[in-house]
Design a protein around this ligand. Structure first.
Ligand code: SF4
Length: 276
């Protein structure tokens, strides 16, 4: 059993309380000026996550030691007086991972941002974001992206063992849309045998949410990622391993699949953009 499976079976990762020295850091991501990450690591533990490469954490250990920045709101209230611009909430962690249910750091940060009339852009895989709709409606400007790459819960669980299933994420998209908050779906990373498992179901589910825009991202393989994904698929879905391996680094697979998604979603009235 891997470290990941062990901690998920034990009820989740250890959450360590830590002090940080800065709340807001500059961001080079498109559309963002600043980044705010209330946690270090992420127990959603997606196997394809790029954050461990940025944070210099061994990918196999990503999510096993989540750190909660317990003093972040105090620092944020001071920094908001001099640092201005769109704040990306959760650029190297998920701000609504399970630890947030208990720690409420993301919610407290949003409260500070409401007081400062700040603008926020959130990306998450969790329907817990709907808890904070009341605050998001009071922000100067708020945008929420919900990330998913299939509508089939069982397929998502292969590479996203700690995340809420896509069925819950799709309901969250609908709730956000209905609330009037600017909402988009981050459809990615596109993964063979996951995203193409039930393409019609995926397209229809997205159209049913009434979301206005979808951002599509392909899988960017980092060193060792293909091997790690193959080993996990061999364990959790051996019957699709060969198909996965034959397409995972085939550009034509991604080009064709993304072209199909763009056509179908556009026909359904959704604006489709490429990620980054
Ligand atoms: S939810 Fe995002 S930050 Fe968390 S493990 Fe998955 S990809 Fe990484």
């Amino acid at each position: 059993m891997s470290d990941l499976d062990s901690f998920l079976e034990d009820g989740g990762p250890r959450v360590i309380r830590k002090e940080c020295s800065t709340a807001l850091s500059p961001s080079r991501l498109p559309g963002l000026d600043l980044a705010l990450n209330p946690y270090v690591q992420c127990s959603h533990a997606c196997v394809y996550c790029y954050a461990p490469y940025i944070m210099r954490v061994p990918p196999l250990l990503w999510g096993t030691n989540v750190q909660a920045k317990v003093n972040i709101t105090r620092l944020l209230s001071r920094e908001l007086l001099r640092k201005k611009g769109v704040i990306g909430l959760g650029t190297v962690t998920d701000p609504y991972q399970p630890a947030e249910e208990e720690m409420n750091l993301t919610r407290k940060c949003l409260e500070e941002m409401v007081h400062a009339s700040a603008s926020v852009s959130i990306l998450t895989k969790s329907d817990l974001v709907t808890r904070d709709i009341d605050l998001l409606l009071r922000m100067a400007s708020a945008e929420v992206g919900i990330s998913l790459n299939t509508s089939v819960d069982e397929r998502a669980a292969i590479f996203e063992p700690g995340s809420p299933p896509p069925s819950r994420r799709l309901r969250a998209v609908r709730a956000l849309v209905d609330s009037g908050i600017g909402t988009y779906v981050f459809l990615g990373p596109v993964i063979p045998t996951i995203t193409d498992h039930d393409l019609d179901g995926l397209v229809n589910s997205l159209i049913e949410t009434r979301v206005r825009s979808v951002m599509i991202d392909r899988l960017n393989l980092r060193p060792g990622m293909k091997e790690r994904m193959a080993s996990i698929m061999a364990e959790r879905s051996p019957s699709t391993l060969d198909e996965f391996l034959s397409s995972v680094d085939d550009d034509r697979f991604y080009d064709d699949l993304i072209a199909f998604l763009k056509r179908s979603l556009t026909d359904g009235g959704i604006v489709v953009v490429d990620a980054f």
